[in-house]
Ligand binder design. Structure first.
Ligand SMILES: Nc1ncnc2c1ncn2[C@@H]1O[C@H](COP(=O)(O)OP(=O)(O)OP(=O)(O)O)[C@@H](O)[C@H]1O
Ligand SMILES: [Mg+2]
Length: 272
């Protein structure tokens, strides 16, 4: 389905992504992990053609998507929707219109300017919102929603493009553990029910282990691990994160820490 061949991206004199290769042969849920600066975002941005590669190829259905230009490049971009840590919604615009903006690549500027959408598209946007459990938010401004709800709107906007692949760059890094779980569950559902490939940069090990079929570990622009969550031992993780013997998995965890729960219980007792 997807073959990454010797892809490199150089900034100045330094390779942010250094000659990486891998193949994904089914619509899997793939997690990319690694410490800050490892090259995770740069890779996703090359996949989506937001950044050009310095060299290499990414083959999808016999085509090198890195060589696409103009309309072909835009068509590819709508086939691999991107989700960001900061949601990237239009805050003052209503939720339904935000979702409809997933179709932007395919519409005239004038129709978009006047917020004119075909009835079928509006119905589809509402169906997608309903599927993600946020239909009742449709008329509200995006900024009025919680972070978890906003990220689901961003996922709905992505689905509006009917993408083959969903690229998510730290989709839960700005969310509390409860909302993080809802968003990851949503991505997993879309992966399984629709057969869309998901490639997500994740900064926590426990999330990668829980949701991914396959985990790719990057360090200094290179792939240092490529395997199943079961193969991702603490030792391997230590190697990916480049930490010493004091490496602590909890530092990369999104779970609710026990002492925070205890703090809440204590505060509640004081208040009653
Ligand atoms: N536009 C740019 N110009 C120059 N250097 C860049 C640019 N974008 C990224 N880099 C550098 O490339 C390297 C990889 O950055 P990248 O953002 O891909 O890392 P990351 O793994 O996503 O990190 P994080 O976990 O912090 O998001 C870093 O050293 C970064 O400073
Ligand atoms: Mg990043």
């Amino acid at each position: 389905m997807l073959e990454v061949r010797n892809v490199t991206r150089i900034f100045g004199t330094r390779a942010a992504v250094d000659n990486i290769s891998f193949t994904i042969d089914r619509p899997a849920f793939v997690g990319i992990i690694g410490r800050s600066g490892a090259g995770k975002s740069t890779f996703l941005r090359m996949m989506n053609r937001l950044t050009d590669a310095s060299s290499g190829q990414i083959m999808v259905e016999g085509q090198d998507i890195l060589s696409l230009r103009g309309p072909a490049r835009r068509a590819w971009q709508s086939h691999c929707a991107m989700i960001f840590q900061q949601f990237n919604l239009v805050p003052r615009m209503d939720v339904a219109s935000n979702v409809l903006h997933g179709l932007l690549n395919r519409r005239s500027t004038l129709a978009t300017m006047f917020n004119l959408w075909p009835r079928n598209d509006i119905l589809r946007a509402l169906q997608i919102l309903d599927r993600l459990g946020i239909a009742e938010q449709a008329p509200k401004r995006a900024e009025a929603l919680s972070g978890g709800q906003q990220q689901r709107v961003a996922i709905a906007r992505a689905l509006m493009q009917d993408p083959k692949i969903i690229l998510a760059d730290e989709p839960i890094a700005s969310l509390d553990p409860m909302n993080a779980q809802v968003v990851m569950d949503t991505l997993k559902r879309i992966n399984i029910e629709d057969g869309r490939m998901v490639i997500a940069n994740l900064h926590t090990l426990d999330t990668a282990r829980r949701y991914c079929d396959r985990v790719i570990g990057m360090r200094d622009g290179r792939i240092v691990f490529d395997g199943t969550p079961a193969q991702l031992s603490t030792g391997v993780a230590r190697d990916i994160y480049g930490a010493d013997a004091s490496f602590n998995e909890a530092a990369t965890s999104t779970a609710i820490p026990a002492d925070t729960a205890a703090d809440h219980a204590y505060a509640e007792r004081l208040l009653t």
